[in-house]
Design a protein around this ligand. Structure first.
Ligand code: FE2
Ligand code: FE2
Length: 254
């Protein structure tokens, strides 16, 4: 792979506690898995947008203002964003949360998440476009245990909860980036080009989440990063009954 991508992937490789096992790649590259791969990939892009949206609603908007930002359509039109940003306003957290958050630059979360949501929606549409060209219908597909397997360990008090969610966001983005890179050489030209084109933004998303986690924690997040790194690696290395974009090793038939 080109040198510039190696540079991009190096910090991601150091962050993740394990590489994607070859056994997952061997299944993922099979032509008969392509519908599952693409449908789940589309779902992952949509879920990435939705979880960023839920961070915006929860941490950048007061309860009274949440109805102003009801769904993902809000983010679709880039040109309207300056006016839309005004809706979000500057007083973005409730008074009782102020002591925890006042030292932080609140709009940073907002700005990063809005950009991230726009990119994820664009990726979602790109995957749908590729599926349409190949006659693959967007169908219901159960989610893998991957994200849930990390989210169930989120602490319940603030700022610990947002720090954990941001660290998990970093792991999901980092793993996606690593898998796109690993899988790209095994796919056809169009998908190889597409997956390589996604590396840069997913690497940026990983870095953004991690930086935001550090800022919200206002203390070292090393221990939490290690904690979730171990859980994430376990989810990737354990055997999984069904193949998904973030599934573990394919279950070996006995
Ligand atoms: Fe994406
Ligand atoms: Fe992403």
């Amino acid at each position: 792979m080109l040198e510039e991508y190696q540079q991009l992937l190096e910090p991601i490789g150091n962050f993740l506690h394990c590489e994607t096992p070859q056994s997952w790649i061997d299944v993922a590259k099979q032509p008969e898995q392509l519908p599952a791969l693409l449908i789940d990939h589309a779902n992952c892009e949509m879920k990435a947008a939705m979880s960023a949206h839920s961070l915006v609603r929860r941490y950048c908007l007061s309860k009274e203002k949440r109805h102003l930002l009801p769904n993902l359509d809000f983010y679709r039109d880039v040109a309207e964003l300056p006016e839309k940003a005004e809706i979000l306003g500057k007083h973005t957290i409730s008074d009782d949360q102020m002591p925890v958050y006042q030292a932080l630059e609140k709009n940073k979360l907002l700005v990063r998440m809005v950009l991230l949501i726009q990119e994820e929606l664009h990726h979602f549409e790109q995957v749908l476009g590729i599926m349409e060209k190949r006659g693959i219908e967007y169908d219901v597909l159960t989610a893998s245990r991957y994200a849930k397997g990390m989210l169930k360990h989120v602490r319940h008090h603030e700022p610990a909860a947002i720090v954990d969610r941001l660290i998990i966001g970093a792991y999901i983005e980092a793993r996606s980036c690593e898998r796109f890179a690993k899988l790209a050489p095994y796919l056809d030209d169009e998908l190889t080009r597409f997956y390589i084109s996604l590396l840069r933004s997913e690497a940026r998303h990983y870095a953004d989440y991690l930086q935001l986690a550090e800022e919200y924690a206002q203390a070292s997040i090393h221990e939490r990063v290690t904690y979730f790194g171990e859980i994430e690696a376990q989810l990737i290395l354990e055997h999984d009954p069904e193949f998904r974009f973030h599934s573990g090793q394919p279950k070996v038939e006995v």
